[in-house]
Design a protein around this ligand. Structure first.
Ligand code: C2E
Ligand code: MG
Ligand code: MG
Length: 731
């Protein structure tokens, strides 16, 4: 086994001995450090520069703190500074949380009445009087003196010294300054160090320090008069004797000069008030200008938008929106001026665009708008409805106005294309609506435009140009048209429309040979309406086919029902010209119907009005042939109502011709009418067709017809159109 070397053992012993020694030294010295006692010092924080809280460190600092720290250090204490929460020193004395409390000027009783003991003076503090700038030093023995409430202890001392003095306590220094300025007190009293600090405040510039110090007061620490308190005071007194004067002066100098007063926002406002006011004004002015500018930009944009909405881009006249607004404005401002509104439209403007190009069309519109605007006065207006349609509000100034406009506007516009080297004369149609007092009371611009438009349409539909003045009947008619056309489908669905039958008789035998189906409409809004009214309206609006299909089907249903009870009747149905243009294979439709309802084709007579043959002869002749090929009877309705031509009679492939007596026998023409009738009947028979006279109202008419060989008749003399029930009873 290897033995350890002797020097190594020695080294180990030395190291461990050294370690133990070090530990002992450290332990002893740490024991020595903790030998110093801890002293809790309660101080206020509202007495800058004596006691206050450093904003950057949040520590309680000040002349008083540094002084007591020095003194306590010399007395062998480590101090802990506690901010006293109580309102004043007297209250704080009763709180055993603090070992000592500061600052005292003299020994006083605690709030609960216990005696206190105090140290010797740590410092001699000069107390100074402050007055307003021009006030003289008041008589000290009878002055009213203001102090902050935190100096209640000092106030007691002062009153002991000068019983004639009246001390007024304020919440803080600022309040006391207000009291001084309001002459509630003659002077303020405070520690000179506090003044040296506080008077740096710019708003206190008018305060004046009275140079002769009023008195000095000791700056002491104190505690309750207890054995433990006495021990502390004794130790601190020892510390006070050890405090060098130079040290104390250095501390005071440090706080009253080096750590300068820090301005708060109000100080800046006070000192730089004028600049701040000016700056603020400038700022407000700049912001104000910016807001104003932004507002005007917004207003300009709004105005631009308004112009865009209210004006027509191409011509510069009002848009409909703008026109409405302007008319309302004008009529409101000129309620007693007579006005008319015209609706103006170029005839076949599409042709202008198609033949000469859109650009030329635009030029024409611009020219028209420009001329119109030049001729309008301030209280008149022009707007563009759409493409070539303009509305104008114009004052009525007798008939000359129309002729002037004709000369100044219409004629030049009519000749515009010619002046551009194009061989085309423009034509304008205008509808005019004269405003009534009611229109001016309750302005409804769209309504007035509608009236003018109706007049304009009327003149256009007549194929004329120039102007037409609106009348009330046109409006009523228009309204009824809308109610008729718009309501047709639901009228069919709700069975408002019925089929009635007017019997046709053979006057010779007295027998019923058939009937004509005529429709009747009990309109839910308008009541019973006459076919003479609604049939043309439906024909013009392209809706007649819908009605007729319904009637034809209804007739076939009735025929089937009668067939089933052994009553074989034939019925004439009316076919409008537009039914055939709507369905050129209408024969197939009828074929389907008779198949569906198991009818023979000769039970259905198809009445086509004479005028249809004149207008669309080729298609009509073809249709007639197709129908007859199936076996249907085809009849020409209303022969003699206006368009008859002998040539047509020759070409027509119909089975029967209905002669309407109402057209032939108008008053004063009876003699000539009967001559025509006599020869017509003959001609029809000679051409191989049968005549049927309708509109027979008297026995004389019937006998006359019979004597001329026409025995088939239909008319009120025999029967009026009958409802299905009545007709069924009859057959
Ligand atoms: P229309 O086809 O010539 O029908 C004869 C019209 O004369 C009927 O008028 C009938 O009531 C009337 N009438 C018959 N006898 C006399 C008489 O003795 N004296 C007078 N003053 N009038 C008589 P309504 O029913 O008012 O029909 C008028 C026209 O309406 C019809 O003339 C026809 O063209 C058309 N219509 C009627 N129902 C229909 C239909 O369902 N479809 C089509 N497309 N047109 C129809
Ligand atoms: Mg008829
Ligand atoms: Mg007829």
């Amino acid at each position: 086994m290897k033995r350890p070397h002797i020097s190594k053992i020695l080294k180990k012993v030395f190291l461990s001995t050294f370690g133990v020694l070090c530990f002992v030294v450290l332990f002893v010295s740490s024991e020595a450090a903790s030998d110093r006692d801890k002293l809790v010092v309660g101080v206020p924080t509202n007495r800058c520069p004596i006691f206050y809280i450093d904003e950057s460190t949040q520590e309680t600092v000040g002349i008083g703190v540094d002084l007591i720290r020095e003194v306590a250090d010399k007395a062998g204490y480590d101090i802990v500074i506690e901010n006293i929460a109580e309102n004043n020193i007297k209250d704080a004395l009763d709180n055993d949380k603090y070992d000592i409390v500061m600052p005292f000027g003299d020994s006083i009783k605690s709030t609960s009445g216990r005696d206190a003991i105090v140290t010797n003076d740590i410092l001699e503090t000069p107390f100074t009087l402050v007055t307003t700038k021009n006030a003289a030093l008041p008589d000290i023995t009878a002055a009213r003196v203001g102090m902050p409430a935190s100096l209640r202890g000092v106030a007691e001392t002062v009153q002991n010294l000068h019983p004639g003095i009246k001390v007024v306590l304020y919440e803080d220094i600022d309040d006391s300054v207000k009291g001084l300025k309001n002459s509630e007190v003659d002077a303020l009293l405070n520690n000179s160090y506090v003044w040296s600090y506080v008077l740096q405040k710019p708003s206190y510039i008018n305060l004046h320090v009275q140079p002769s110090a009023m008195f000095s007061m000791g700056f002491k620490a104190g505690t309750l008069d207890t054995p433990e308190g006495q021990k502390i005071i004794n130790r601190l007194n020892k510390g006070i004797t050890l405090l060098e004067e130079t040290k104390a002066e250095a501390i005071i100098l440090d706080y009253t000069t080096r750590r300068l007063y820090k301005y708060d926002i109000f100080d800046y406002m006070y000192q730089y008030g004028a600049f701040i006011v000016l700056g603020t004004l400038l700022f407000i002015a700049v912001i104000g200008t910016m807001i104003f500018r932004q507002r005007s930009i917004n207003l300009m944009q709004e105005e631009k938008m308004r112009l865009l909405i209210d004006h027509d881009e191409l011509t510069g006249v009002y848009s409909m929106n703008g026109f409405r607004k302007r008319v309302e404005e004008i009529l409101r401002d000129n309620p007693s001026v007579p006005y008319f509104i015209s609706y103006n439209n170029i005839l076949d403007f599409k042709f202008v665009n198609d033949s000469f190009g859109k650009e030329t069309g635009d030029k024409l519109l611009k020219y028209w708008a420009k001329l119109s605007m030049e001729n309008l006065s301030k209280n008149e207006a022009i707007g563009r409805v759409t493409s070539d349609q303009f509305v104008v509000l114009r004052q009525i100034e007798g008939n000359e106005r129309f002729y002037e406009d004709e000369q100044n506007i219409v004629e030049p516009v009519n000749n515009f294309l010619i002046s551009q080297g194009k061989d085309y004369k423009v034509q304008i149609c205008s509808g005019i609506y004269v405003l009534t007092p009611d229109d001016i009371q309750n302005v409804d611009v769209d309504h007035m435009i509608d009236f003018a438009r109706i007049a304009e349409r009327k003149i256009r539909e007549l194929g004329k140009t120039g102007f037409e003045i609106y009348n009330l009947n046109q409006w009523e008619t228009k309204k009824r048209t809308v109610e008729i056309v718009g309501h047709l489908s639901s009228a069919i669905a709700q069975r408002e429309i019925q089929v009635w039958y007017q019997p046709q008789v053979d006057f010779e035998t007295g027998k019923i040979i058939g009937a004509e189906a005529l429709c009747r409409w009990a309109h839910s809004g308008l009541g019973w309406i006459n076919p003479m009214e609604f049939i043309p309206v439906l024909e013009n609006s392209g809706k007649i086919y819908e009605l007729d299909c319904y009637v034809w089907e209804k007739v076939c249903q009735d025929l089937q029902r009668w067939n089933r009870i052994g009553k074989h009747v034939s019925v004439s149905v009316n076919v409008s010209r537009s039914d055939i243009s709507e369905n050129p294979d209408i024969h197939m439709l009828f074929l389907d119907l008779i198949r569906k309802y198991e009818l023979s084709p000769n039970q259905l007579h198809i009445e086509i009005t004479e005028s249809a043959y004149v207008k669309d002869s080729t298609l009509l002749i073809k249709t007639t042939e197709n129908l007859r090929a199936i076996g249907f009877h085809v009849e020409m309705d209303d022969f003699g109502s206006g368009y008859s031509s002998l040539n047509m009679l020759k070409e027509l492939p119909v089975d029967r011709i209905k002669l309407d007596l109402r057209f032939l026998s108008s008053e004063g023409f009876e003699e000539k009418g009967s001559i025509i009738l006599t020869y017509l009947i003959k001609m029809i028979q000679l051409l191989g067709m049968e005549p049927l006279a309708e509109g027979v109202e008297t026995i004389e008419q019937a006998q006359f017809l019979k004597s001329n060989g026409c025995t088939q008749m239909q008319g009120y003399y025999f029967h009026k159109p009958l409802s299905v029930i009545d007709f069924e009873e009859l057959i």
